[in-house]
Ligand binder design. Structure first.
Ligand code: TYD
Length: 139
């Protein structure tokens, strides 16, 4: 397993047969951390922008298990990349301390999120300026 903590797309093993598809995600194997939490987002309109935060500790994997959405990732140093999530067997790994926006949700979008932590609102940074400042001070 690749241990490097950088944003990257992940492909999950698929077991399809004439009964349909089955996609597998095992913590610390296909997912680069032990999974402590899962949540999913659906019913967001196309014009909605979610996320708009960074996390001091949490790492995430995002998978559109149905439909499509986009994720814009910013590193706080001027680099931003947009990823399209549109396949149930493909996800994106997001390390801690990246800024993310989720948007362009299709009507049938179900965005599954796996997290390395239990929920702690204190580790969320919801101001971009504060995020950039935290990057330069290391905290
Ligand atoms: P929020 O972080 O705004 O979601 P998103 O980043 O996807 O736009 O969370 C929405 C609400 O859900 C907010 O009241 C906090 C709550 N919440 C939890 O209680 N536990 C969780 O694990 C998450 C992700 C959110």
């Amino acid at each position: 397993m690749q241990k490097e903590k950088k944003v990257r797309m992940l492909n999950f093993p698929e077991r399809g047969d004439d009964r349909g598809h089955l996609v597998i995600m095992e913590g610390e194997k296909d997912i680069p951390f032990a999974i402590k939490r899962a949540f999913y987002i659906y019913g967001s309109e196309a014009k909605v922008v979610r996320g708009q935060h960074a996390n001091r500790r949490s790492e995430f994997v995002l998978i559109n298990v149905a439909g499509k959405s986009k994720v814009k990732v910013r590193d706080g140093k001027g680099n931003e990349t947009v990823y399209c999530l549109d396949r149930p067997h493909t996800g994106i790994y997001l390390p801690s301390m990246v800024w993310k926006d989720m948007y362009d949700f299709s009507q049938d979008s179900v965005l599954l999120v796996l997290a390395s932590t239990h929920y702690d609102p204190e580790e969320y940074i919801r101001s971009y300026e504060e995020f950039v400042a935290a990057l330069s001070t290391g905290g």
